[in-house]
Write a protein that binds this ligand. Sequence first.
Ligand SMILES: [Zn+2]
Length: 74
Amino acid sequence: MTYFIDHITKKIHRQRFAGDLCGFLTTPIEKREFTASQDYIKRLEENDVFTICPYCQSVQLLTEKVHPMSDKFL
Ligand SMILES: [Zn+2]
């Protein structure tokens, strides 16, 4: 499991499930961090500064509105 840390919004995403709802699209590259370290994630959480993003705990429901190209993959 690779985690994606957004240092602007202070959210921890699961890279695999992160999507449009997560709101990191405006976060600059240098404020994005990727890690596979559970210990590191745990420390960030315990700081009470970072929170786990609720949108990428599982696969997001893809709607045509969000993903107009999705028809091609059905
Ligand atoms: Zn997310």
